[in-house]
Structures are given as C-alpha cells and as structure tokens.
Design a protein around this ligand. Structure first.
Ligand code: SF4
Length: 370
C-alpha cells in the first residue's frame, strides 16, 4: 500500500506508529536492535528525533551506509598524490575534501596549492575536461549503486566525444557484500535491517532476499520520511514477534522487485565487480566497482604516484561505528576534540555520517549513553 507524501510526516500518523511499536515491543518482551545501512536514513532518523520517540527497548544502530565514511584512507592518499601532478585537476564532491587522509585533508592540500576542485556531478568534471584540454581531469568516483549510473553516463559522454582527458579514480561500492559480512558476523547484535531505499531503486528489493534465506534475518525497504522509517521498524518487530524473517518492500511508490535494468546495464558497460577495502571492514570480495580493462585509459588508479603508508586518525573509532559495534558517543573523542567543525574521522564529516548525525541531533536529546 502506498501512502500520500503529506501523511508521511503527519504527527497523528507518527504518534500512531510509535504507539504500535511500543505495543509490539512489549509483546516481544525483550530489547532488540535494528540497523540502518543508508546514510540518508541515518540523517533522517536523527533529524526527525526518531530515537527519542522509540521505547528504550528498541535500539537503532547505524551501519556502513555513508559512502564518504567507508572510503578507506588509502583512496584519499592517492587522490592527494594525483592532485600534486602538474597536469592534473582532481574533482570531487564537497564532503570528501574534509575527510582526513594519512597526512592532511584534501581541503588542506588545496590550500597548499594542489589542484582540487569541488563539483556537483560527474558531468561538471566532463565539462571541465572540455574546457581544459591540456589537463587531465580526474573525478573521484565515490558512492553506492545510486551514484554509479551517473558516473557511467559521464564516461559514456566522454567516450562519445572522444574526450581523452576525462578520467576517474574508481572508488564505487555496492551494498550487498558488506551486508553479507554483517549478517554472518556472530558478534553483530542486530536482528533486522532497514534496507536502503535509494539503492533498492536501482537493485530492486529482491537483491536483499539473501538476508532472510541465508541468514534468517528480516529486512524492510523503506523511504525517508519519519512514517516510512517507523513503519519499517514496526514490521521488523512484528516479524520477531511472529517468528517470521522476510524482506518486505514498504517503499513501493518507487522500488520494485527487479530495479532499474537500464541503469544497471549502463554501469555494467564500464564496471566490473572487484574486491575493495571498506573502512572498518577491510577487503570485501565483490564489494567494489573497478573499470573494465577496455576502459583503462580512463582509470586514474593506473597512474604511478608516491603514496604514504595508510594511517587512520589516532584514536578514531569510525571502523567500530561503521560495523555497529559501538554508538558514536562511545568513542572517547566524540565531542571531545571531534566535532563537525573539527572532524577527526570520516563519520564526523558528512551529514550522512553517524557521528555527525548524533552530534547535530541526538547528542542533547539522548545523551552519551545512547
Ligand atoms: S567521534 Fe570522531 S573520532 Fe570518534 S569515531 Fe566518530 S569520527 Fe571517529
């Protein structure tokens, strides 16, 4: 059943759903934890104050859903090194500039004179390549299934125009493999997933059936309004009460079973699965997108540069936050040296990062204990 968008934030609707969750939780008779694996959900949950509305027995935990946060430090080291080459301009979405590398941030590198520009889409970088034919324009290709089609479209545009100086630094990731890793982790205390709505538009909700079939875990595909998220939580607790473990699509106004085949075909033209490193997880098989060998002329990872040994910021526990083993306030640096204005780790940089979301919205409502 779909719901009118203006009902999705309606106080009476939200109050009714919270009451339903309280009733289900009391029927369950024990605490439970649910993980969201989409940065937009992390932001939506915190900004709407949903944690505070829920009974103490229902815990919401953030997973690896923020693309900036899961990008490993070595990727940033390479981007900064590339930006130091005389004929290179590195282009990036703005959030990446403030993420610490092993040495400095890209923002600091830019202040030191390295060629780093903020763009709002990969096509901006293609346009830059047109205007600066003597420079190599390297786009930092970071994001999940939702971003990859726009990057593939930019590559197709550059190919169609025979534009030789548009390159990317491949860093795209896909969600199912880390979710396999999380679901198989015996230490994970989570009993169900709020599944990523935007990613599901591309992949289709059936992509997540493995959670129920292989791991006996429930999942709900939900949108981003408060009522969307609360409906997903209610369904997951109802499943626990009734002994069901199913993948339920509650975002059927935009998500279907099989997703967007056209977008996936465009991505498949340029990319193939690769084993890549996720911050907090290490290498995960098939979790990244590498350029196919026929597009090696557009692959900036083949350019030789000198790199430092990758070093995560001292004391930062982003890896534990991204695996859901701690909540952001459990990091000793949270609000004690690490804030959005002076971020020590990646999870405090992006608005989709769990630490930034907690700092901005949940810190005073819920407190450090979570
Ligand atoms: S609070 Fe800062 S230092 Fe701690 S895990 Fe989050 S980003 Fe890292």
């Amino acid at each position: 059943m779909s719901h009118s968008p203006n009902l999705l934030s309606d106080p009476a609707t939200i109050g009714g759903l919270v009451a339903e969750i309280e009733r289900l939780s009391s029927r369950l008779g024990r605490p439970t934890s649910i993980m969201e694996v989409c940065g937009t959900h992390t932001h939506a949950i915190a900004s709407a104050g949903l944690r505070e509305m829920l009974p103490d027995s229902v815990r919401l935990i953030s997973g690896p859903g923020c693309p900036v946060c899961v990008t490993p430090v070595g990727y940033l080291d390479r981007a900064i090194a590339l930006a130091g080459l005389p004929d290179v301009v590195v282009c990036s979405f703005g959030d990446m500039l403030r993420v610490p590398s092993s040495t400095i941030t890209m923002e600091e590198a830019r202040a030191e004179g390295r060629s780093i520009e903020i763009v709002y889409s990969p096509r901006d970088a293609v346009e830059m390549a047109r205007r600066q034919p003597d420079a190599r324009i390297i786009f930092l290709s970071v994001g999940f299934e939702t971003t990859a089609p726009t990057i593939a479209a930019a590559l197709a545009e550059a190919e169609a125009e025979c534009l030789p100086n548009f390159l990317i630094l491949p860093g795209n990731k896909v969600m199912p493999p880390p979710m396999q890793a999380l679901a198989a982790d015996p230490e994970l205390k989570v009993e169900g997933f709020l599944l990523p709505g935007h990613v599901s538009v591309i992949t289709g909700w059936e992509t997540f059936l493995f959670l129920a079939e292989e791991h006996s875990m429930g999942g709900t595909v939900v949108g981003f309004a408060p009522a969307d998220v609360l409906r997903g939580i209610a369904e997951l607790i109802a499943q626990l009460c009734e002994g069901r473990r199913e993948i339920v699509n509650l975002y059927n106004r935009v998500v279907d079973a099989s997703g967007n085949r056209t977008a996936r075909a465009l991505v498949d033209r340029f990319f193939e699965p690769a084993t890549v490193v996720w911050r907090g997880f290490g290498p995960i098989e098939g979790s990244g997108l590498a350029l196919k060998s026929e597009w090696a002329h557009r692959d900036a990872s083949t350019i030789e540069v000198e790199l430092p040994d990758p070093v995560e910021p001292a004391g930062c526990r982003c890896g534990d936050v991204l695996r859901g083993t701690i909540l952001p306030p459990e990091c000793p640096l949270f609000a004690q040296g690490c804030t959005p204005d002076s971020a020590v780790g990646a999870c405090m940089v992006s608005s989709e990062g769990a630490c930034a979301a907690w700092y901005r919205h949940d810190r005073f409502r819920i407190g450090a204990a979570g």
